[in-house]
Design a protein around this ligand. Structure first.
Ligand code: AMP
Length: 561
């Protein structure tokens, strides 16, 4: 192309997080925000009030002398104060750093130091954690307890500890949100990384606003002003999948569960607040379904739920859909992707299909949102076909996907293609079908290779958890002299249920799994270790079973074919 390009004549306006809260206040200021607090009570506020108090947060940061792009850490459950920090901190040009309180205190201290948090706000339930780490975090100049002034612990041992309410009460609720480059950092989240030190994804205002647009679309989470939305997925993990931002953009009611994530508390909140849409990881939904089943309960208004963060077992999808009339949107993503990559919704042509065929589509992780490019590659980096069969390493590109980690940790992660374009390697192994539906078969480090053939641990687990006596199941590979690796399945039996090894292995018969893929053994365990984000921690399980040896006779006679 020669000559200067003709530029469009549209107004230039950076995409800033503050614009979301300004919009929310102006257009749906009376929209409700409901939170179960750490204290146990239910608190009610509105978008207008969140906007007002987020301006007080911004003034408080100015008063505290927090520099532009200074980090403000949070160790907090889902709730209205956390939401105010989402807007007040990022809106004022500082970086919101959400910390995962389920990590080991040493890791929490390491992360605070690495991020160089300047201010740190925490829920009172995390006081013991803060007491354990504060002396090791010299960058933090101000610790704030997210509570009323009269609830501030008097002898916490944390110098200068302030209550959030006293902190913001001292400040005006008038504030002009600054305008700056939309690529400025807005928030950060460390990956749950199972090896090495955690690495942080550093989101920008632009990436966050674009992600919020895409997340709210009908073929993604489909959030509207008529919805009452319950993010059970924590605000400390990848911004609760963008729901706090998509909520402001759409004007939906937001319902925050606080610390109470057990089946009863979540069901009570869903019913009490007319929740139409909820988001969570499979392990939390398992507790909810068990509670529903035990009490013969129903949902009144809940009509759909997005399940992701780990594979949603087909038996769970079926239970929501067939027993409770709730549509499941299976979603896939990761911290490095803000997090949404794909969501599974049917296309028009599928609507006429029989229910069983529709279910086969809905079990996949879904189609890419506009903004996410993906491809699967083979061992030499060659592109693999989208035929639903070829499995390869999944690579992604897009404006809300990391190009590198905070402080360059881990070097440049991108894989260059022949045209020089950089793709982020997800570490997942997947197939993509001709309609663009992604199916994750494994994390690349969890894949089991038996006699040169891959076995998907997700497929093996999905069948096990469909057995009525199984509460949880994790499939891992163990070394084998002939086949290199063979799968075994570790199982937690439901309370009060009985299950024999042979019965579970029999259960694989007639299922969509080849004979050689059936586990060689069933190991009954009390529990399966969970990582900090509620996902099964296979490294922990491997460690737990490190002395385990295969029952050699069965293994030696298994044929790969
Ligand atoms: P995190 O960054 O901690 O959110 O973890 C992201 C990883 O979780 C992905 O790379 C996948 O391995 C896994 N994951 C997320 N969603 C799904 C899903 N729907 N099915 C299977 N694995 C998933």
């Amino acid at each position: 192309m020669s000559g200067p390009a003709l530029l469009g004549l549209m107004q230039e306006q950076p995409l800033l997080i503050s614009s979301l809260i300004v919009f929310a206040e102006r257009h749906h200021g009376d929209g409700e925000i409901v939170s179960r607090r750490v204290e146990g009570d239910i608190h009610r506020t509105s978008w207008a009030e969140i906007a007002r108090r987020s301006r007080q947060v911004a003034n408080a940061l100015d008063a505290a002398g927090v520099a532009p792009s200074g980090r403000v850490g949070t160790i907090a459950w889902n709730g209205y104060r956390h939401l105010e920090l989402y807007y007040g901190v990022s809106g004022a040009g500082r970086v919101l750093h959400t910390l995962n309180p389920r990590l080991h205190p040493d890791q929490v201290a390491w992360i605070i130091n690495h991020a160089e948090d300047d201010v740190l706000c925490f829920d009172l339930s995390f006081l013991p954690l803060v007491q354990a780490v504060h002396a090791r975090c010299p960058s933090v100049r101000q610790w704030i307890a997210l509570c009323d002034a009269d609830r501030l612990p008097q002898d916490s041992g944390i110098p200068g500890l302030l209550s959030y309410e006293a902190w913001i009460d001292a400040c005006s609720d008038r504030y002009d949100w600054p305008v700056f480059d939309e690529n400025t950092a807005s928030s950060m989240c460390y990956t749950s990384g199972t090896t090495g030190n955690p690495k942080a994804a550093l989101y920008s205002h632009r990436s966050t606003v674009l992600h919020a647009y895409a997340a709210a679309l009908p073929d993604a989470m489909g959030i509207s002003s008529c919805d009452s939305v319950l993010p059970v997925v924590p605000m400390f993990h990848v911004n609760a999948w963008g729901i706090p931002y998509a909520g402001a953009l759409t004007g939906c009611k937001l319902v925050f569960p606080g610390p109470a994530l057990d089946g009863k508390s979540v069901h009570d909140l869903i019913e009490g607040e007319g929740v139409t849409f909820a988001a969570g990881v499979p392990t939390v939904w398992q507790m909810l379904l068990a509670h529903m089943e035990a009490g013969g309960l129903r949902f009144t208004a809940l009509n759909r739920t997005v399940i992701g963060g780990a594979a949603c077992p087909p038996s769970m999808l079926r239970a929501f859909r067939e027993r409770y009339g709730v549509e499941v949107l299976h979603g896939w993503g990761m911290t490095e992707m803000s997090p949404l990559g794909t969501v599974c919704t049917l296309k028009k042509k599928h609507l006429a299909w029989p229910a069983e065929q529709q279910l086969a589509v809905l079990q996949k992780q879904g189609r890419a949102l506009f903004g996410v490019q993906m491809k699967i590659v083979g061992e030499q980096g060659e592109d693999l076909p989208w035929d639903g069969k070829a499995c390869g390493d999944l690579l992604v590109r897009g404006p809300w996907i990391v190009r590198e980690y905070f402080k360059g940790e881990g070097g440049n992660p991108l894989v260059r293609d022949a045209d020089g374009a950089g793709w982020f390697p997800t570490g997942d192994v997947a197939a993509i079908d001709a309609d663009g539906y992604l199916q994750i078969t494994d994390r690349s480090k969890d894949v089991i290779k038996s006699g040169g053939e891959w076995i998907s641990s997700i497929d093996i687990e999905n069948i096990a958890v469909a057995h009525p006596a199984v509460a949880m199941a994790a499939c891992i590979g163990v070394s084998h002299p002939k086949w290199d690796e063979r799968p075994i399945i570790a199982v937690v039996v439901r309370p009060g249920a009985q299950l024999a090894k042979e019965e579970l292995l029999d259960f694989y018969r007639g299922k969509t799994v080849a004979k050689w893929q059936v586990p060689d053994d069933v190991v009954f365990v009390e529990s399966i270790p969970l990582g900090a984000t509620g996902k099964m921690l296979k490294t922990g399980l491997r460690e737990q079973l490190r002395d385990y040896r295969l029952p050699d006779v069965t293994a030696a006679t298994t044929t790969n074919g």
